[in-house]
Design a protein around this ligand. Structure first.
Ligand SMILES: C[S@@+](CC[C@H](N)C(=O)[O-])C[C@H]1O[C@@H](n2cnc3c(N)ncnc32)[C@H](O)[C@@H]1O
Length: 241
């Protein structure tokens, strides 16, 4: 069982081997195949250099926890399996605010094509996404501004542990409505899907009720919101004039 992210300093190869040993008692656990794949394919020397560089860099700060790829594999598998992405047909996914790219790397392992978007301001995230060889787009989400990815339409848009919804002030119904409407109208195929997981501090009962009213499946305790069968104009009524 994962107990919490470390300070990011542990040896990745040893950490993967240890988790695989622990998982040996649960042979059907889907993480086994992914972690074994990492063991076979990752450039561990390259990771050690990346890790040392970022642990020395004061800019890394608390984000060093994102170097603990085993911990984040556990955390992201909860989402991947909760939403059936480990056994769905291959899809085009845009992961908005992709961070260290691990969620995207797991999705890609299952045959999905994933575009990672992030602000490009955190060198640790940029380097980790490059380390995984992910397709990345430097992009900043702004309230009431079209996303404009210009990378074709996606089957699924994900935004996990979002922080773009905290600035310049916590997003309310109007900001979310604009964001959802823009995704549905301009970025997703029909029918598309949107999955958001946000910090509970930013997930008010009002927001939760509003998302339900728009037809989302909402899990308040986890901060998950999922819209399926999304079509253009789906959120038109909610969009500000
Ligand atoms: C808490 S991290 C979550 C990363 C990843 N989604 C995950 O679940 O591990 C939040 C991410 O959102 C990104 N972010 C913050 N503000 C953003 C914005 N305005 N537009 C796009 N991404 C943003 C950060 O750079 C960071 O990668």
């Amino acid at each position: 069982m994962a107990t919490g992210a470390t300070d990011g300093a542990r040896d990745l190869h040893a950490a993967i081997e240890q988790r695989l040993e622990e998982l040996a008692r649960r042979p059907s656990d889907p993480r086994i195949a992914f972690l074994s794949h990492l063991l076979e394919t990752l450039d561990f020397e390259g990771f050690r250099r990346l890790q040392a560089r970022h642990l020395e860099d004061p800019k890394t700060g608390r984000e060093a926890k994102f170097l603990d790829l085993v911990y984040w594999t556990d955390a992201k598998y909860k989402l991947v399996t909760a939403f059936g992405l480990h056994r769905s047909e291959p899809r085009r996914i845009v992961d908005i605010g992709a961070g260290n790219g691990l969620f995207a790397a797991i999705c890609r392992f299952y045959g999905h094509e994933v575009l990672c978007t992030d602000t490009g301001t955190m060198p640790l995230y940029v380097d980790l996404c490059a380390f995984f060889g992910l397709d990345c787009l430097v992009h900043r989400v702004e309230p009431f501004a079209p996303l404009g990815f210009r990378r074709g339409r996606f089957d699924l848009a994900t935004a996990m542990m979002t922080t773009f919804n905290r600035r310049p002030q916590p997003w309310g119904v109007a900001e979310w409505d604009y964001f959802l409407a823009d995704l549905a109208d301009n970025e997703l195929v029909e029918p598309g899907e949107i999955i958001v997981k946000m910090g509970l501090r930013y997930f008010s009962p009002e927001l939760s009720q509003h998302f339900r009213g728009l037809g989302a499946e909402v899990q308040d305790k986890q901060g998950y919101v999922r819209f399926t069968g999304v079509a253009p104009q789906r959120f038109a009524a909610a969009r500000p004039a």
